[in-house]
Design a protein around this ligand. Structure first.
Ligand code: C5P
Length: 303
């Protein structure tokens, strides 16, 4: 009997380091980043439907706010896979979201990655992994990493991945904001703040790599860095208070996640993460708080 439903679970990401180089002629920025997949998951369910077409529903984070047509990256992922394989798409997609939208945690990219995997299984295409990764890169710079998971260095516009060996688990706390930030707007603000000055080539810090390899949260806290942080703070000055509260309550390190506005804090262990989560919640500086460990695996079929 044909498979009638496939469920894929996909994690959010945080950039342990985001080193943004000069702008490129294609409008992107050359970057070097260290991605880590963290245990905050969206779930995509793909069901067969008798008639041709793609339908999409969303519950959870961003419910009622996200486009349900080809303005949604998950919808585009299903259409792109079908086109690549020369078939007509026929699928009902449902996304249950826990990753904040426009939050700098690659939620839209995660949904696109999960949709590629779910539709590939539903339509029994057995698309080779390298082809799925290439389709993922066409959809967006962060989509390949959502398939990959773990900890990885991203180069180019973020789509070229090299896995990084990492020891143990890091305990993260994430402070979610009331409203999202647009990624292109944050990159544009970064350019504006740089004011045409020469920008050094992007790089990965040795200290950060050592922290990841050793599973050392203290060293990680000291070495996390995001070149987009100043731009996110410039567009959303209230984020400075969020970072300050994390710092005041003893987070080992804090930074804006990706293009923001989610703020991410490195903590010592589970108990310390709980303390910082409680302090952030009580402070009232953010909409809500999540705890998660990383690294975790990338998009996986779970049912
Ligand atoms: O690749 P993606 O569609 O997710 O990128 C969204 C936007 O973020 C791009 O249109 C671009 O403005 C900006 N971006 C960038 N440099 C990168 C990645 C993204 O300028 N390396």
């Amino acid at each position: 009997m044909a498979t009638s439903s496939v469920t894929v679970r996909v994690p959010a990401k945080v950039n342990l380091q985001l080193s943004v180089g000069p702008g490129r002629p294609d409008g992107y920025h050359e970057l070097v980043t260290v991605f880590q997949a963290v245990g905050l998951f969206d779930e995509v369910v793909a069901r067969s439907r008798p008639e041709i077409g793609i339908s999409l529903t969303v519950t959870g984070e961003g419910e009622g706010l996200l486009p349900l047509d080809d303005g949604n990256l998950a919808y585009r992922a299903a259409a792109l896979l079908a086109e690549h394989q020369g078939i007509e798409p026929a699928v009902e997609l449902h996304i249950n979201k826990a990753i904040p939208i426009a939050g700098g945690m690659a939620g839209g990219s995660a949904d696109a990655a999960a949709t590629l995997l779910a539709c590939d299984a539903l339509w029994r295409l057995a698309t080779p992994r390298e082809e799925l990764m290439a389709l993922a890169a066409d959809l967006g710079s962060d989509v390949p990493f959502a398939l990959h998971g773990g900890t990885a260095i991203g180069t180019g516009r973020g789509e070229n991945l090299t896995p990084v060996l990492s020891r143990g688990s890091f305990h993260w706390v994430f402070a979610l904001a009331n409203a999202g930030l647009s990624t292109p707007a944050v990159y544009a603000e970064c350019d504006r703040l740089r004011g045409g000055r020469a920008v050094p080539e992007p790089y990965v810090s040795d200290m950060l790599m050592q922290a990841v390899r050793a599973g050392d949260p203290m060293l990680l806290g000291k070495s996390v860095h995001n070149d987009l942080q100043a731009a996110a703070l410039s567009l959303r000055p209230s984020l400075a208070q969020v970072l300050e509260v994390g710092d005041d309550f003893g987070a080992l390190g804090g930074l804006v996640s990706g293009s923001g506005p989610t703020c991410a804090f490195v903590t010592r262990d589970e108990e310390h993460a709980l303390d910082i989560a409680v302090a952030l919640t009580a402070s009232g500086v953010c909409r809500s708080v999540r705890r998660a460990t990383g690294p975790v695996a990338g998009a996986r079929i779970v049912g």
